[in-house]
Design a protein around this ligand. Structure first.
Ligand code: SAM
Length: 227
């Protein structure tokens, strides 16, 4: 399958059944045990990133949230005073994020939403963040995508992905990894060493790292900075 087909499938998925499922997982409401586990895991990833970012003064900081989903990260960052540019390939996800922002924030002036795939993002931002999106990119497209995000980042890039370890590769093979919703799209694991190599080739070095691991959710989080 070529890259354009892959992307169309992901976009269609997150505008239809994927939207309903992931909105339930991310926004609350009734979910099954597996989805609850994924919700809790994802929330831990969001909290790790928020804790890291809150070490800095967020007021006025420009942040690009690439593949923002329903705004789980963009909304608290805007609330903390950052200037947030949030985008997603799915208009349904962006619409939901916008509705949530209006409901949750007293003021949304510092939060901009766009429907856009991340290859077409432009501009410069102090910080670029891309959480749990690499799962939709095969290895041969990941390098280009990560390099593009690096080119947008003046100071740092935060990236999370499902790491390709022997244990997770086996889980994926036997089908108990990303059960339910993600089965409708292909899920790609990435070798950490490959991701770090791409970041280094773009002039960034790893400053902090973390791992969220629950029963069904695995996310390696890297903070890479310009030196
Ligand atoms: N980053 C959000 C978070 O952690 O809450 C959402 C993560 S969700 C698993 C993946 C998101 O990536 C979906 O909203 C999907 O529409 C978006 N996505 C997938 N491929 C994309 C692309 N090429 N450009 C922009 N967004 C993309």
């Amino acid at each position: 399958m070529n890259a354009a087909d892959d992307k169309t499938i992901v976009k269609d998925y997150f505008n239809s059944t994927g939207f309903d499922r992931w909105r339930r997982i991310y926004c609350g409401g009734e979910v099954n045990k597996v989805q609850l586990d994924i919700r809790n895991g994802h929330q831990q990833t969001v909290e790790t990133v928020l804790n890291w970012l809150q070490d800095d003064n967020l007021a006025g900081m420009s942040i690009c949230d690439a593949g923002c989903g329903v705004g789980s990260l963009s909304i608290p960052l805007a609330q903390a005073g950052a200037r947030v540019y949030a985008s997603d390939i799915s208009e349904k996800m962006v619409g939901e994020a916008q509705d949530r922002a209006v409901a949750e924030l007293a003021n949304t002036d510092n939060l901009t939403f766009t429907v856009q795939d991340l290859e077409h993002l432009s501009g410069k931002y102090h910080t670029v963040i891309c959480l749990d999106v690499l799962i939709h990119y095969p290895q041969d497209q990941a390098a280009e995508m990560i390099s593009h995000l690096c080119s947008l980042a003046e100071s740092r890039l935060l990236l999370s992905f499902a790491p390709k370890t022997p244990a997770l590769s086996l889980l994926k093979k036997i089908g108990s990894f990303f059960p339910g919703p993600s089965k409708a799209t292909r899920a790609y694991l990435h070798k950490e060493a490959d991701v770090v190599k791409i970041l280094n080739s773009q002039g960034l070095t790893i400053q902090r790292q973390a791992m969220t691991r629950t029963r069904f959710y695995f996310s390696r989080i890297l903070e890479a900075v310009r030196t």
